[in-house]
Design a protein around this ligand. Structure first.
Ligand SMILES: [Cu+2]
Length: 303
């Protein structure tokens, strides 16, 4: 048992600081550019934090993590180092779009979390509590673990979050992050990522589009979880062509429950549909789990 723990700790150190990943990195796929957008700026973690390195998640091979292209289309990992030995490991995994891949990806990512927490001293009561806790805002599903690093006693929190059926984020926080420890720290990192993709867009987003019979609505840009514009005016009782586009990295939809409209778009795709509404004010939203709650809503005014 002691040897297993020692081996696990050694692997942990290697994955975090990349001392042994040199040979593996040579064969690793490139750092995924789309996934890399989900890695946060070290400054957002607080004073004294820096990005130690970024890598393809293949660098997590020491945890036995295999990034199968059948399951994951892209990924990126970042290792951040902070004050007093604290560090954060962040992985963003983009999943190949099919049902089997989505299920398998959750299993693979879960296994990775298990391996990260394998070497920790866990409190089982706390673990049960975490299992029934609500996922962080913006996460459709979450898995968390909290414990102390054997030997060093550093508090560790791990949060895995599915922000969409096809994106999984894993944050592991060793030591304190902005005065948080354990799962509070790893949750805070996940929230930072979701916040940075939902930043208030520039003034143009609130500028009402003029009443027109053609309207373009962009999802996913400049903020992943917002519509641009978020306020749309159309003439009442008139056929209006709506062009819906996703410029983000997630799939989104445009839904107006009252009008029975739901149109989905995948990243980089465009959909066109006709809208005809009686005079009134309607709410449109994206019903992908967690998106509306994160601010993916808008107002449609037919007048
Ligand atoms: Cu959405």
């Amino acid at each position: 048992m002691a040897r297993r723990l020692a081996a696990a700790l050694l692997l942990l150190g290697m994955a975090l600081f990349g001392t042994l990943s040199v040979s593996a990195q040579d064969e690793s796929p490139e750092l995924g550019q789309e996934a890399a957008k989900l890695l946060i700026d070290p400054a957002s973690l607080g004073d004294g934090w820096s990005l130690h390195h970024t890598a393809s998640p293949e660098a997590l091979y020491s945890y036995g993590f295999e990034m199968s292209p059948d399951v994951f289309r892209e990924g990126a990992a970042g290792v951040y180092v902070g004050p007093q030995g604290s560090r954060v490991l962040l992985a963003a995994l983009l999943i190949t779009e099919n049902r089997i891949a989505i299920r398998k990806s959750w299993e693979d990512a879960s296994n990775l979390v298990d391996r990260i927490t394998f070497s920790l001293d866990l409190d089982y009561d706390r673990q049960r509590e975490l299992e029934s806790a609500e996922p962080p805002a913006g996460c459709a599903e979450a898995k968390r673990a909290e414990g102390k690093e054997s030997g060093f006693g550093l508090p560790v929190g791990v949060t895995m979050c599915a922000i969409d059926p096809d994106v999984i984020l894993i944050a592991a926080a060793f030591g304190a992050v902005d005065e948080h420890e354990g799962v509070a720290a790893s949750d805070a990192v996940i929230e930072l990522i979701l916040d940075s993709t939902t930043e208030q867009p520039t003034a143009t987003a609130t500028t009402p589009a003029t009443a027109s019979t053609t309207v373009t609505i962009v999802a996913g840009k400049p903020s992943e979880l917002q519509f641009e514009p978020s306020r749309v005016e159309i003439p009442a009782n008139t056929d209006v062509t709506v062009v819906l586009r996703s410029d983000g990295i997630l799939a989104h939809n445009f839904t107006i429950e009252e009008l029975g409209i739901r149109v989905s778009v995948r990243p980089g795709e465009e959909a066109e549909f006709t809208l005809n509404a009686d005079a009134g004010t309607y709410t449109f939203s994206c019903t992908v789990r967690g998106h509306e709650e994160a601010g993916m809503v808008g107002t449609l005014i037919a007048a």
